[in-house]
Design a protein around this ligand. Structure first.
Ligand code: BEZ
Ligand code: FE
Length: 306
C-alpha cells in the first residue's frame, strides 16, 4: 500500500471518489477536496485550528431554526452568496437587472395586495413613501401581469418577524397593470445590522467588521416565460452603500427618494422609482434554483426527505 503524505493524500481521495456516478457531483466534490486540501497546506492548519473550525460549524448548525438560517448568513458574510448570484447572472440568456441577496427574511407566505396598497400596518409620521416602477423585458417592452413580491424593514430597521413572530408586516405581493407598472405605498426602510448574536456575528466582530447592511427593499419578480429575478434596491445616501457586510449592494441598484417626483402615481408623497428588466427564461433556468430560502422551507424539505 502507498504511504500517504501531505503531498499524496489529495490524489488518493480523488481516486477513491472517482466512482461517483453523478457527473456534476463528481466534478463539484473533486474541486471542493482539491481546494480544501490546498487551503490546509497553505496555512499549515494545526489540530487546534481544525477542531476550532469543527466547533464553529457545529454552532452554526445548532443556531439554525425555522426562523433563522445561520449557514446562509455565513455564506452571505463570506461573500459566497453574492459570488454565486454574480455567476448566476452571467448564465442569463439576456442581461436584465442584476441579482441581489434574497436574505433570511423572505417568507413564502406573504399577502397578495391591490395596486397602491400600504404594506406597513402603522405608518409613523414622516416615514411614508411610494415605491413604483415598471417591469419590462430587456428591450423595454412592458410585462403586464408580472408578480412583484417586496419585503423590507420598518422605518426603525426591523423586519416584522424580528418585532413579532406572529405578525406579517412590511411585505406584500403585487401584480403589474397593462403597462407593466406597479405602485406600492410603504415606509422608508432603514439600514440595519445582520443578526450578530450567533457564531457568524462573533466571527464578524473578531474580524473587526461592522455588521451593517445599507437601507434596502427586496424584490422577487416573476412573469411567465421570463427568468425569476431576486434583487433589491438600495438607498444611495446610506453610509454603508459601499461596505455592505453581505456584499449585496451595488451602484446599479442604488436609488434616491425623490420628494416631489411629478411622474409618481400618488402625488405629494416622497417616492422611489425602480424599474426592473427581466431576461427571457433559458432552458437551464428551469432547474438552476435560487441563492437563499425561507428558512422554514429548508427544515420542511429536510423533514419530508427523512
Ligand atoms: C437581508 O437583506 O435581509 C439580509 C441579507 C443577508 C444577511 C442578513 C440579512
Ligand atoms: Fe434585507
Amino acid at each position: 500500500m502507498q504511504e500517504l503524505t501531505p503531498e499524496t493524500i489529495t490524489g488518493a481521495v480523488l481516486d477513491q471518489m472517482a466512482t461517483t456516478s453523478d457527473r456534476r457531483m463528481k466534478e463539484v466534490m473533486a474541486a471542493a477536496v482539491r481546494h480544501l486540501h490546498d487551503f490546509a497546506r497553505e496555512v499549515n492548519l494545526t489540530p487546534g485550528e481544525w477542531i476550532k473550525g469543527i466547533e464553529f460549524m457545529t454552532l452554526v448548525g445548532k443556531t439554525c431554526t425555522p426562523a433563522r438560517q445561520e449557514f446562509i448568513l455565513l455564506s452571505d458574510t463570506l461573500g459566497l452568496s453574492a459570488l454565486v448570484n454574480g455567476l448566476h447572472d452571467k448564465t442569463a440568456i439576456e442581461e436584465g437587472t442584476h441579482t441581489s441577496l434574497l436574505g433570511p427574511f423572505y417568507r413564502e407566505a406573504s399577502p397578495t395586495l391591490a395596486p397602491g396598497s400600504q404594506i406597513a400596518r402603522h405608518v409613523k409620521p414622516g416615514t411614508e413613501c411610494v415605491l413604483y416602477g415598471k417591469i419590462t423585458d430587456v428591450h423595454g417592452k412592458p410585462l403586464a401581469g408580472a408578480t412583484v413580491s417586496v419585503w423590507q424593514t420598518s422605518a426603525d430597521g426591523l423586519y416584522d418577524i424580528q418585532e413579532d413572530a406572529t405578525t406579517t408586516d412590511y411585505r406584500g405581493v403585487f401584480t403589474t397593470d397593462a403597462n407593466g407598472l406597479f405602485t406600492i405605498r410603504t415606509v422608508k426602510p432603514r439600514g440595519y445590522s445582520i443578526p450578530m448574536n450567533g457564531p457568524v456575528g462573533s466571527m464578524v466582530r473578531a474580524q473587526g467588521r461592522h455588521g451593517m447592511r445599507p437601507a434596502h427593499i427586496h424584490f422577487l419578480v416573476g412573469a411567465p416565460g421570463y427568468r425569476e429575478l431576486v434583487t433589491a434596491l438600495y438607498l444611495r445616501d446610506d453610509p454603508h452603500l459601499s461596505d455592505d457586510v453581505v456584499f449585496g449592494s451595488s451602484d446599479d441598484l442604488a436609488v434616491d427618494i425623490v420628494p416631489d417626483d411629478p411622474s409618481c402615481p400618488i402625488p405629494g408623497v416622497p417616492s422611489i422609482r425602480f424599474d426592473l428588466r427581466l431576461s427571457r427564461e433559458g432552458e437551464a433556468d428551469k432547474t438552476s434554483g435560487r441563492v437563499g430560502s425561507d428558512p422554514s422551507a429548508i427544515l420542511k424539505e429536510k423533514a419530508a426527505a427523512s
